[in-house]
Design a binder for this molecule. Structure first.
Ligand code: ATP
Length: 335
């Protein structure tokens, strides 16, 4: 349906850069997740795409069309927010139909499109209820249905799942992925939750302090993080980062994911166990090694070292980062 191209987007508020020179290609039919901590500028960037915010400089293209100065309602973009913003006095059906009514679509066509959108989101039996008679998850689905009926080229979603409980979030993640496949349209989705990004994105753009840190598929970003920031933002517990010289004789930072450290009593790299967390499906061993804290992830059936004991550690899949720029050193690769 449509690609989105951002060229050197800057957005400043009162002289402070919320988005700082971001260029990004969102491909047709991408499920692009803009991921980063609170305040990194991801919502501002999404609002620039949808036209709710005008960039201080830079350009936005949807398809091949320059839309930087085009009004939001002319952009063929639908927004879905964290707050559902449904009309409380209207029925579910009237809420879903509303964007079509505004556009002057005939009553019969409106009803047919609303019925189709409701059916695709499992809302058919609730069409005559008011929003107050629905659960949070059902209300969020109504907000999605209201976006779908417009058949926009691009869906922009800002943390749409954050009001849902953990179980419903999990279910709705799966529904959104299925919806994306069914609609064959382009999704741009903002979240600070790396699990949402890892599970839903076809590609993700990781942001920090208004800047783009890395763009790639979830697997690429996890396997080859481009900076210490990305390495520690993606993955839970985060990647261990050892200062130069702590675990190997080199002058670079060494990163190792908790699952890439094994306990082997004969190993020359010695560590002292601080404490152990047995989580059922895995065990996290917190230890001191080379003068820093590190976390080791063990399978739940692995022998558990005792707190305060000395163990040997074997590191694999090492990542190397420049101690000054904190960027990945590519030539080192994984070892
Ligand atoms: P969150 O996850 O908390 O919503 P975010 O990554 O989406 O964060 P933005 O909402 O884009 O971040 O905000 C980026 C920065 O711009 C923040 O420092 C914020 O305070 C600032 N900002 C955003 N909107 C405005 C505004 N209308 N006026 C002034 N500053 C703003």
């Amino acid at each position: 349906m449509a690609s989105v191209r951002l060229e050197s987007i800057c957005k400043t508020f009162d002289g402070v850069a919320a988005v700082d020179d971001v260029s990004l290609e969102i491909h047709d039919h991408d499920f692009m997740v803009l991921l980063g901590p609170s305040g990194c500028g991801k919502s501002t960037l999404l609002r620039v795409i949808s036209g709710l915010e005008e960039p201080t400089s830079g350009d936005v293209f949807i398809g091949d069309v320059l839309v930087t100065d085009v009004e939001p309602k002319q952009r063929d973009v639908a927004m879905v927010f964290q707050s559902y913003a449904l009309y409380p006095h209207k029925t579910v059906q009237a809420n879903i139909e509303f964007p079509l009514k505004v556009r002057g679509i005939a009553t019969k066509d409106r009803a047919a499109r609303a019925a189709e959108a409701a059916e695709s989101l499992g809302l058919t039996e609730y069409l005559h209820r008011k929003p107050a008679q629905l659960s949070g998850g059902q209300r969020q689905r109504v907000a999605l249905a209201r976006a779908i009926v417009r058949q926009p080229a691009v869906f922009c979603m800002d943390e749409p799942l954050s009001n849902l409980d953990a179980k419903l979030r999990g279910e709705t993640r799966a529904e959104l992925v299925a919806l994306h496949q069914r609609l064959a349209s382009t999704f741009v989705y903002v979240t600070h939750d790396q699990v949402e990004a890892m599970t839903m994105a076809t590609r993700m753009a990781v942001m920090s302090r208004g800047r783009l840190e890395q763009v790639g598929t979830p697997a690429e970003v996890y396997a080859r993080p481009g900076s210490v920031f990305v390495a520690q933002f993606i993955g839970m517990p985060p990647m261990n980062i050892f200062p130069a010289g702590a675990v190997e004789a080199s002058d670079v930072l060494v990163g190792v994911r908790p699952e890439h450290i094994a306990v082997d009593d004969a190993a020359p790299l010695r560590a002292t166990v601080s404490h152990v967390e047995q989580l059922g499906h895995e065990t996290l061993v917190h230890c001191r090694v080379g003068g820093v804290n590190a976390v080791v992830r063990l399978d739940s059936d692995a022998p558990v070292p005792a707190a305060h004991s000395e163990v040997g550690l074997v590191l694999s899949n090492r990542h190397h980062f420049d101690p000054v720029t904190t960027k990945r050193i590519d030539t080192a690769g994984d070892r």
